[in-house]
Design a protein around this ligand. Structure first.
Ligand code: BGC
Length: 372
């Protein structure tokens, strides 16, 4: 497929999924409106799905991904499926033993968001050998996976880079920027970084760049403090942060150094704290990745595979991992989130209400940008 066709397919599929998700989320449709995959025998719905998420310091996993996947699996199986959940809290060894436990527990399918895409490969193979299909969630796990759902992650990096350039305007070369990338064990981090570099290189001066151990906000905070003293705090005109969690640690370091006004800082995940910092003018942007269609696609693939079907009907792409070629995939487009489109994105999609964002602390800032 050429790139344009692929994009068109992505948009269509994401749109279709958003529609089916909106339907399943509305009270009217609750318990009824969802279409079950045709031919699923009653016994075929009583499946056991293992769900493995990588960490719990980034808000998305337990606030959005887990409940959205569980809800969609329940909808697809008439509430008969069981989801067994484990969170690796950023430890790849823990995650490998969680896979072993799931194999012992005889799950029918695994959904895995890998802490370390390489380190999980042996466990993916073990599951496969035990007859358990594996869906890679968000991060492209290595090993013989059967399906993959994520966003266009290189595009995420481009969106972040473009927003930073826009914020810097004609001052883009009047100082240094600092780049705070994600963890080297996460293949998404490499794609975010690649996308960002493709936009920023040659247009800005990159004074310091870090790969942040375990995506930890406190590590980003320490690195930012180091960059400010190495480069001189007045020379830093912008910060590329790969996600909102790290942006929080970075902004704390910028404030601690007494920078005022703060230079533009990017992010990703549309975390509530990130959206509130955008409202308050402390963070320039985030990337809104609609988790509902991503979760729905993973659930659909997992249920189909557990029932012995192929996931091919719902895919819109094929991707290659370093170990496995042509993995059936669903990739969902992303949106740049700034203070101008909060209402049209996270509020419209029901991720947060205006009241959740505009608490007392942010009331004045919300009023100033017309968010009500
Ligand atoms: C995810 C991001 C997340 C980061 C840290 C990435 O793989 O795509 O949404 O912020 O991991 O957990």
């Amino acid at each position: 497929m050429n790139t344009r066709m692929r994009r068109a397919a992505v948009v269509v599929a994401a749109g279709a999924m958003a529609v089916s998700l909106a339907a399943c989320g509305s009270a009217k449709e609750a318990g009824g409106g969802e279409k079950k995959p045709s031919g699923s025998a009653a016994a075929g719905d009583a499946i056991k799905v293992g769900l493995l998420l990588p960490e719990n310091q980034t808000a998305r996993y337990e606030k959005f991904d887990k409940p959205l996947i569980e809800k969609k699996i329940a909808d697809l199986t008439g509430g008969k499926a069981q989801v067994v959940y484990a969170n690796a809290k950023q430890d790849a060894t823990t995650q490998n033993s969680q896979v072993d436990t799931m194999i012992t527990n005889k799950v029918n399918v695994l959904i895995v968001d890998a802490v370390d895409a390489k380190a999980i490969a042996g466990s993916v193979k073990k599951a496969k050998d035990a007859g358990i299909p594996v869906v890679a969630y968000d991060r492209l796990a290595e090993g013989p996976i059967d399906g993959y759902t994520s966003f266009d992650n290189e595009e995420v990096g481009k969106v972040q880079g473009k927003a930073l350039l826009e914020a810097l305007g004609d001052k883009a070369k009047d100082g240094q920027i600092v780049m705070m990338n994600g963890s080297v064990t996460d293949p998404n981090a490499a794609l975010f970084k690649k996308g960002a570099h493709s936009v920023l290189d040659g247009k800005v001066n990159i004074g310091k760049e870090y790969d942040t151990k375990e995506w930890k906000p406190e590590n980003a905070n320490t690195n930012m403090a180091g960059a400010l003293s190495a480069l001189g705090k007045d020379k830093v005109i912008g910060v590329y942060s790969a996600n909102d969690g790290m942006a929080g640690g970075i902004i704390t370091a910028l404030k601690a150094a007494g920078l005022n006004p703060l230079p533009p800082v990017t992010g990703q995940d549309a975390e509530l704290a990130g959206v509130q910092r955008i409202v308050a003018g402390e963070q320039f942007m985030s990337v809104y990745k609609p988790y509902a269609p991503e979760a729905a696609a993973a659930a659909e693939m997992a249920v189909a595979l557990a029932q012995g079907k192929k996931a091919d009907d719902i895919i819109n792409n094929k991707v290659d991992s370093p170990t496995t070629k042509g993995v059936p995939s669903v990739l969902i487009p992303v949106v740049s989130l700034t203070k101008s489109n909060i209402k049209d994105t996270v509020v419209k999609d029901g991720v947060y209400t205006v009241d959740e964002i505009c608490t007392d602390k942010y009331a004045a800032a919300c009023a100033a940008i017309g968010l009500k």
